[in-house]
Design a binder for this molecule. Sequence first.
Ligand SMILES: NC(=O)C1=CN([C@@H]2O[C@H](COP(=O)(O)OP(=O)(O)OC[C@H]3O[C@@H](n4cnc5c(N)ncnc54)[C@H](OP(=O)(O)O)[C@@H]3O)[C@@H](O)[C@H]2O)C=CC1
Ligand SMILES: O=C(O)[C@@H]1CCC=N1
Length: 272
Amino acid sequence: MSTTKTIAILGSGNIGLSLAKGLVKAGIYQPEQITLTRRNTKALSTLADNGYKVTSDNSAAVKDADIVVLAVLPQQLNKLLHEIKPAIWEQKHLLISVISGVTCADIRQQLALEVQVVRAMPNTAIAIGQSMTCIATDNASAENMGTVKSLFDTVGVTIQINEELMTSATALCACGIAFFLRSIRAASQGGTEIGFHAHDALKMAAQTAKGAADLLLQLASHPEQEIDKVTSPKGCTIAGLNEMEHNGFSSAMIKGIKTSAEKAAVLYDKEG
Ligand SMILES: NC(=O)C1=CN([C@@H]2O[C@H](COP(=O)(O)OP(=O)(O)OC[C@H]3O[C@@H](n4cnc5c(N)ncnc54)[C@H](OP(=O)(O)O)[C@@H]3O)[C@@H](O)[C@H]2O)C=CC1
Ligand SMILES: O=C(O)[C@@H]1CCC=N1
């Protein structure tokens, strides 16, 4: 599926660039249809060489675009909104914000405009078409929500949730990528201690994690159901698993996710 619409990504850092690359990889956009902005445009020179439009002029990028993605840090948002406000046309533009802790209403309030806003919370696996993206809105039309869903569907799995759950989605899915990566890294470190070279251990741990995730996704089964199949009586799996639990494995993950959600809720200072 390709589109004739144009998209501006304001704030082309880690997640903005992951999104751009994912959309091009999926064939929905050509690089020429995507404008990437950041203040230090030198950092985007390779992207410019690959056909993306690159500029530090956010207002010009907005004027040329149908869809505007806000992808700066929460503390950089108010300045950006102030800058682009004159370029936004309520009847034309659809804003998509991936910014943690900022509501759709916050964005309209800063702009003092009744533009349609959708919040999206992807994760960095969007660059390889494997994002888990949550979307929410308080004013966008069903048609625009459909547009946003089909856009993110090309780069992973998308679900629509209530906006009040967006900070929880941030912790579980966006931060979650880091939590699972750290788990895989830890497993590989264990693997090295028991005899494998580091690069082999990492590959073995990553493929094992992928298999575990696919068991749940493809069989729609519960983790404990799959764990029961691995834990032979008096065996080595239950011995290792219980040792991890005695050291707080599940508890650490749960507490970490709760802490991330609490932090996500206070990232944005409306007055800042
Ligand atoms: N990283 C992730 O996995 C995820 C992040 N998010 C959210 O996405 C947002 C961005 O995060 P992340 O990509 O990690 O952060 P980065 O710091 O990597 O990206 C932010 C980018 O914004 C640019 N920027 C800052 N001010 C402006 C401006 N006025 N005009 C244009 N560009 C500007 C910066 O470049 P320069 O300094 O050159 O201007 C930088 O490249 C955050 O709000 C975060 O909460 C959401 C989901 C996942
Ligand atoms: O760490 C952060 O604040 C951002 C939001 C989700 C992922 N990265």
